[in-house]
Design a protein around this ligand. Structure first.
Ligand SMILES: [Zn+2]
Length: 70
């Protein structure tokens, strides 16, 4: 599967589970957005819905993405 392209490896997010199937989530980072994707069912989940689970390192990464400009 080459969906992600080069240089943007999805990162498994520990401690967070899909709200639909309880599968593991990966953090996906693109040029203009960051979101979460379920490894099991492929559901896309908005970061804001999981904000309470986000740790400092996550916020640090997200801070570099200009989400507010969308
Ligand atoms: Zn799922």
């Amino acid at each position: 599967m080459t969906f992600w392209g080069k240089g943007r490896e999805p990162r498994l997010v520990s401690g967070m589970r899909c709200s639909k199937c309880d599968g593991p989530l990966v953090r996906i980072r693109r040029c203009t957005e960051v979101f979460l994707r379920c490894e099991r069912c492929g559901a896309r989940l908005e970061v804001r819905d999981y904000a309470r689970y986000i740790d400092d390192s996550f916020e640090e990464d997200v801070a570099h993405v200009p989400m507010d400009r969308i």
